[in-house]
Write a protein that binds this ligand. Structure first.
Ligand SMILES: Nc1ncnc2c1ncn2[C@@H]1O[C@H](COP(=O)(O)OP(=O)(O)OP(=O)(O)O)[C@@H](O)[C@H]1O
Ligand SMILES: [Mg+2]
Ligand SMILES: [Zn+2]
Length: 543
């Protein structure tokens, strides 16, 4: 029966050419070999399964090869063959994880005193060197600094920070990188080809992502996937095997987000309960990254940025042990919200557009005869008999005070509504009559306060005749110390050429009424409100 070997061992690289993703390391070591500039101690550090031990072995072989030292060992001589089979008598491997004590190191130091048996060098590969005890390190220091000329050390570790500075300063340090997904995937393709196993490339991407840049981890997962998928490796089978989301599910999630489909989202959140939240978030990030590189048009750059930010914030929430379901719901709903948010530029554009847009066509006030009926802005109306009677009393009071004013008031001013201390009237006064009302505005205001209460705010709608002003609406917030009451402005505004600033004020008031609500509803502003907790300040036009 054929002996089965795991892929990671079966495909351990034995030449610099077959080593993947460590070009910088390979280049420097090759140069040192071909220029005969070998140091006596090397330190290889980096992620597990990224090729440190493999490189150490290739490097050792390159030093002992008959043709060497050479960056291209012949693979034919006894030294090369011995090295390849891991049985070269002068290449001594020691695992510091299991031989970490002072005695082990003493033994090693002792053997450095004897010349190599057959090769030109005696090479010590010490793996997981950070595991040595402090005494062992100290014992090693002197030999490491000044070994006999035929001795070479290659130390390897995943954790160089745990090494004493004294060791670090005595060895040339090479840092091994995480291997890029792209490189890992093509390596897997190559291996599966040799093994005669069918696959879908997406599945390999998922495996290499799960391997996190460690080729050994990825190969171990590949072993597992081959068995699990029964010879045909698909994204679905890999997803189930790794406890990842099915790629179709991810597709569904983003469609729901982009459509703002909250009901669908809630269903999805339920189905995600059986998954590890962190895995879901990682998958979402990976999906987005992929979409970004493939220039998926469904997402704008701004949206990518926001989504990534939301996802990374979610990760820190997980870090503080927030409830998984909660974090996921938060992520999805924040993402839905983020799709509505406009960019600053869009906001400015729309504000400018609002500012310069033409007044909307007149609605309620076109026909003076309609003045009491549907004024959509003032709802709900309270036209109870009582308040109407109060208004009649108001007319009488004004008449009593000043007959001409009373007559003018009765003729031009109509009651519209009284609700929550807001009295809304409409006025059809123009020119002389308008002036008369303006001049005596304080009297009118006084009576209104007397009858309707001191806190009553007065709003006067303009009944229009001329179409150009047909939609003008005047708002007057009345304050105890504000004697320049805005009713005057309103009425002055009517056809009066010198009152340009009033006109602007009135225009602004109108715009504010119409647009502010819209703008305040914008999610961007809402978010700003959440952040800055602003107070609402009403500004009333004043001349
Ligand atoms: N850069 C690489 N190129 C090709 N194969 C690699 C590479 N890195 C790792 N591998 C694969 O992973 C296996 C383990 O690699 P190696 O023992 O060299 O890793 P390591 O960095 O020493 O890991 P550890 O820190 O866990 O000891 C190899 O047998 C090989 O199959
Ligand atoms: Mg190793
Ligand atoms: Zn050789």
């Amino acid at each position: 029966m054929k002996h089965h070997q795991v892929l990671a061992l079966k495909y351990r690289p034995s030449t610099f050419d077959t080593l993947i993703g460590q070009e910088a390391v390979v280049q420097t070591l090759s140069l040192a070999l071909s220029n005969d500039r070998l140091s006596h101690a090397y330190l290889f550090s980096g992620l597990r399964g990224s090729g440190k031990t493999s490189t150490a072995r290739i490097f050792a072989k390159a030093m002992v090869c008959d043709k060497g030292p050479t960056s291209n060992p012949c693979d034919l001589c006894d030294h090369c063959l011995g090295a390849n089979e891991n049985r070269h008598i002068d290449i001594i491997e020691m695992d510091a994880a299991s031989n970490r004590g002072i005695d082990d190191i003493r033994e090693l130091i002792e053997s450095t005193k004897y010349k190599p048996n057959m090769a030109r060098f005696k090479i010590f590969i010490i793996d997981e060197v950070h595991m040595l005890t402090t005494q062992a390190f100290n014992a090693l220091l002197k030999t490491l600094e000044e070994p006999p000329p035929y001795v070479k050390f290659i130390l390897a570790t995943t954790d160089p920070l745990k090494l004493p500075a004294t060791i670090l300063s005595r060895a040339q340090h090479f840092r091994f990188k995480q291997i890029k997904t792209h490189d890992v995937v093509s390596h897997l393709c190559h291996i599966l080809h040799l093994e005669g196993i069918e696959y879908e490339k997406d599945a390999l991407e998922m495996l290499s992502r799960a391997g996190n840049g460690s080729l050994r981890d990825t190969l171990t997962l590949l072993d597992q996937a081959i068995i699990y998928s029964k010879g045909y490796i698909t994204p679905e089978s890999v997803a189930t095997m790794l406890g990842l989301l099915d790629p179709k599910e991810l597709q569904k999630i983003f469609t729901a987000i982009l459509n703002g489909d909250k009901t669908q989202m809630l269903n999805i959140i339920k189905t995600l309960e059986s998954y590890e939240c962190e895995i879901v978030i990682d998958e979402l990030i990976a999906y987005l990254k992929n979409a970004f590189f493939e220039q998926d048009r469904r997402f704008s750059t701004l949206l990518y940025e926001r989504f990534f930010k939301i996802l990374s914030e979610a990760k820190s929430l997980l870090f503080i042990n927030a409830n998984n379901g909660f974090v996921l719901s938060l992520v999805f709903f924040k993402m839905i919200e983020a799709t509505h948010i406009k960019s600053i530029e869009e906001m400015i554009d729309s504000l400018e557009h609002e500012k310069f847009r033409m007044p909307p066509p007149a609605q309620a006030m076109v026909e003076p005869s309609l003045h009491v009926s549907p004024i959509s802005i003032v709802q709900p109306m309270d036209n109870s008999v009582q308040t109407r009677q109060l208004f009649d009393t108001l007319i009488r009071k004004v008449q009593d005070r000043n007959a001409a004013l009373g007559e003018c008031f009765e003729k031009n001013i109509r009651f519209v509504s009284y609700e929550q201390e807001h009295l809304t009237l409409s006025s059809s006064a123009i020119e002389e009559e308008s002036k008369l009302l303006n001049t005596h505005y304080s009297i009118i205001k006084h009576f209104i306060h007397e009858l309707f209460g001191l806190d009553t705010k007065i709003k006067i709608l303009k009944e229009e005749r001329a179409p150009t002003l047909s939609d003008a609406m005047y708002e007057a917030g009345l304050h105890a110390n504000d004697e320049s009451g805005s009713m005057i402005e309103s009425l002055e505004f009517e056809g009066s050429p010198q009152s340009e600033s009033c006109a602007t004020g009135a225009m602004l008031a109108k715009e504010r009424e119409i647009d502010v609500k819209e703008i305040l509803n914008d999610p961007f502003i809402k978010r700003a409100q959440e952040l800055f907790e602003p107070r609402k300040i009403e500004i009333h036009p004043k001349v």
